[in-house]
Design a protein around this ligand. Structure first.
Ligand SMILES: [Zn+2]
Length: 111
């Protein structure tokens, strides 16, 4: 049921953004989703169309862009792709790591 929570979050963000831009009905949205958040895209789309029924996002085209997981080392400032969720820097071995992307939802475009 992981995808359901994600679909609800995306819908909430889309509604807020639509309101900001004064859009009553959405026909298209492009959303970047961190790869750690989404595991099953077809299921996500299915759930999204189910929960968006009756909302401004009903029937719109949803394009998903996956943001790859990327971490930045606070020690040497280099970035890297964490493997197997091991968060130590492959460049200098520091464990002071910040996740730079891969855990977020960003609405890139709506219309
Ligand atoms: Zn480092």
């Amino acid at each position: 049921m992981h995808e359901l929570g994600l679909a609800e979050d995306v819908l909430k963000l889309l509604k807020e953004k639509a309101k900001d831009q004064g859009l009553l009905k959405l026909s298209y949205a492009k959303v970047a989703i961190g790869e750690t958040l989404i595991t099953d895209q077809p299921e996500f789309h299915e759930l999204f169309s189910m929960i968006s029924a009756g909302s401004p996002a009903e029937g719109m085209k949803l394009e998903i862009e996956i943001s790859p997981l990327k971490a930045v080392c606070s020690g040497c400032k280099k970035d890297f792709i964490p493997k197997d969720l091991r968060f130590d820097c492959p460049h200098c071995g520091s464990t002071d790591i910040k996740v730079a992307s891969g855990r977020e939802i960003i609405i890139k475009e709506i219309r």
